[in-house]
Design a protein around this ligand. Sequence first.
Ligand code: PLP
Length: 381
Amino acid sequence: MIQTADRLKTVQEYYFSKKLREVRGLMAQGKPIINMGIGSPDLTPSEHVLKAIQNSVFEAGAHQYQSYQGLPQLREAIASFYNKRFDVTADPATEILPLMGSKEGIMHISLAFLNAGDEVLIPNPGYPTYTSVTNLVGAVPTYYDLTEENGWFPDLEVLEEQDLSKVKIMWLSYPHMPTGATATREQFVKIVAFAKKHTILLVNDNPYSFVLNTDPASILSIPNAKDVCLELNSLSKTFNMAGWRVGFVLGSEEHINAILKVKSNMDSGMFYGIQKGAIAALESSDDWFVELNKVYSARRELIFQLADTLGCSYDRDAVGLFVWAKLPEGSVASEAFIDQILYKKDLFITPGTIFGSNGEGYIRFSLCITEDKIKEAIARF
Ligand SMILES: Cc1ncc(COP(=O)(O)O)c(C=O)c1O
């Protein structure tokens, strides 16, 4: 085998990739596994979204390479969506860049702004990709603690005491995954001021604002936030389009241009039909969100019951696509806990530790599972 690059030593196979292989193996042995691990929406996109992609495939030019910046109509639809839903103004010509899912944006932003040795502030617990991408580009992950006691929001006084001179990017994700915590406007104001003071690029990764959340918020609604902030967003969870791979990043023209410089050297545009479907989704009426949340709300009530059965505690006011539950006092560690349930009850739940050491003592249930399956899971106890 040809020797791989050194950077490959900095990352491991994604936990889900490994664990789901094991789960599939158990299924192949005939085990009736119920998978509550991953946040991949099982519901379908709306009818008008499906019609839009269907109709698009017969249009002239539909199968050619597309613009690196996406269709102007897509950028306009994103701008209108942000204006209507978050009261944020962004220029569709210069301040918005469509992405093939927000996950790729994490890599593009890192390639655009990080040199080897730069430090990156990453939430613990948080989305594991921030760490792996930071490592892949030769930068250095520096974790900040999120705890139940501080409302899963960074303690800026503690951060101020650290040497921040090498920090270039800070990843933020509100509503927070995995805990479902939200940030207040005051907290956003404070953290934007902190980023300005230390010349840090603050990136809010915001794919969960529309799931079980009555007050969607964007960090870009803070005055002059664009000076130091970017925001990633995604159609994956909001419109049940995870497999379509549509996301986008908003920010100042200078920051967006830097990301475009990377991205235009990596892909050759997003399929036309997917862009047409994305436009239709972004134009959805309020009813879409009401109906979506009715389903998730009913599922979440059942997940709460399941968590009660397991003796776990949780925050009923948390938002997003998951229930983050604290294990009962004196319980075994998270990974041992979920393994016991996997092997004894054929139920897969995510251990909190895959999101960082502060996830120890917690487990995460996904709401991407039918009510019948959740009831079946409860019955197994
Ligand atoms: C916090 C967070 N950011 C980003 C993503 C990536 O979403 P996508 O690439 O589908 O837009 C996810 C997906 O699970 C996530 O949980």
